[in-house]
Design a protein around this ligand. Structure first.
Ligand code: GTP
Length: 401
């Protein structure tokens, strides 16, 4: 990958032979809010054969939900750059620190994947990588993930999406199971790209070979562990957001960057150790404002289901809950990130506070509304895909819808 960049960005240099220093390709995984980037990254992490992937996850909200979902699948084998778009809110030097850490020869990293936030400017990310003077890495291409079901609506709101596709080296047209007219969307995306490969997918299941050269599975040495990544002499990682109590974690991401996708978006982070009442939460979700495009995080329903936390994903009008057992020792917290345009973040915070459930008991039918949105048995759990539950990689050749 990375052989056919658009003329709008500088051409990545094919690395000259530099003796023993390996050139690790760095692939940027971008795409609009909720298109399926984390799902695709999790798929790669589980399906990369013998290749070791270093993942850098950039969350837009103050709580690193994506990083948790990826790390949850592999036992903390990611580094995360939270609270703002990598394209401008994060100090570019910080990215280099993480890249250098992942590129250390002793980590055995074969490829680095940067999952950009859903509002990042891919062109800026490509420039940041090409400007990096780290010797161990080389720009490995831009992958754009498209939500086939939301594509028309997203383009109508954000015409700049066309420009992003024009920069891509690979476009994964995801969520074909939800698209009524998959062939039309695939053809449209193809017409907007500049020589990029266009790959249809469901739940991000693409052959990893589209993104990087894979080692044979028998060479597998396992993905990176947290210790491989963490430099114990330097506690340079971003702060964790673990305080209980609701707080506004965003609102200023876009200011000063007119023209960037995120300029019009605000985010709100809600953290609380008081469980949520399922009926009240469903009322909140059913009446969510049009501009509130993305919600993700974990919900504690307290006595309604003491054994499980509920991963929640809303993308546009799409809503799903994914119950999963509380990890041993985990704090019983609700942690949500809400991202939207024209949203009243203090009012939304107030509404979420009003969803709190203080009573020690649950009423019998309280969870019904939530359970209507629990995933179909056929859907993979985000972040818990396993080789056993996965279908053959060759399926990416055929759209499923
Ligand atoms: N029906 C369907 N749902 C999908 C597919 N791929 C992903 N999803 C669901 O879409 C939701 C969002 O997926 P993510 O992978 O978190 O999307 P993302 O692009 O990482 O989201 P942001 O980081 O917020 O931009 C989750 O509920 C996924 O399970 C798909 O092919 N079909």
């Amino acid at each position: 990958m990375g052989q056919s960049p658009s003329p709008q960005v500088p051409t990545p240099q094919v690395p000259a032979a530099r003796g023993p220093v390996p050139q690790i390709p760095v692939v940027i995984l971008a795409g609009f809010l909720g298109s399926g980037k984390t799902t695709l990254l999790n798929h790669l992490l589980h399906r990369s054969g013998g290749s070791r992937i270093g993942a850098i996850v950039n969350d837009f909200g103050a709580i690193e939900i994506d990083a948790m979902a990826v790390a949850g699948a592999l036992g903390d084998s990611t580094v995360s750059l939270g609270n703002g778009c990598l394209c401008c809110a994060v100090d570019p030097g910080e990215l280099d620190v993480y890249l250098a850490r992942l590129a250390r020869p002793e980590t055995g990293t074969d490829v680095i994947v940067i999952e950009a936030s859903g509002l990042a400017e891919p062109q800026e990310l490509v420039r940041m990588l090409l400007a990096s003077d780290l010797t161990g890495i080389v720009y490995g291409g831009l992958v754009e993930v498209v939500d086939a079901a939301e594509f028309d609506a997203t383009r109508a709101r954000h015409p700049e999406i066309d420009r992003h596709l024009g920069l891509a080296d690979l476009v994964v047209v995801n969520k074909l199971d939800r698209a009524d007219d998959a062939e039309r969307v695939l053809a449209l995306v193809g017409s907007l790209t500049d020589r990029a490969a266009v790959v249809p997918a469901t739940y991000g299941r693409v052959d990893p070979a589209f993104l990087f050269d894979c080692r044979p599975a028998e060479e597998r040495i396992g993905q990176l562990s947290f210790d491989d990544l963490h430099d114990h002499t330097d506690d340079g990682g971003p702060d964790d957001t673990d305080g209980a109590g609701p707080h506004d974690g965003g609102g200023a991401h876009g200011h000063g960057h007119p023209g960037h996708l995120h300029a019009a978006y605000d985010s709100l982070s809600y953290v609380s150790d008081v469980p949520l009442d399922p009926r009240r939460l469903m009322r909140f979700l059913d009446s969510r404002p049009e501009g509130l495009y993305r919600i993700k995080g974990y919900v504690d329903f307290g006595p309604y289901d003491p054994r499980n936390r509920y991963l929640v994903h809303a993308v546009g009008r799409f809503l799903r809950f994914y119950p999963e057992p509380w990890p041993p020792g985990a704090d019983r917290l609700t942690q949500l990130v809400l991202i939207g345009t024209g949203i009243d973040t203090p009012a939304l915070t107030g509404e979420l506070r009003e969803c709190a459930h203080h009573a020690p008991h649950a009423d019998e039918h309280g969870m019904w509304g939530v359970l209507r949105y629990v995933q179909d048995p056929d859907e993979p759990d985000p972040g818990t895909e396993t080789a056993e539950t996965e279908t053959a990689e060759t399926e990416t050749a055929e759209p499923e819808a």
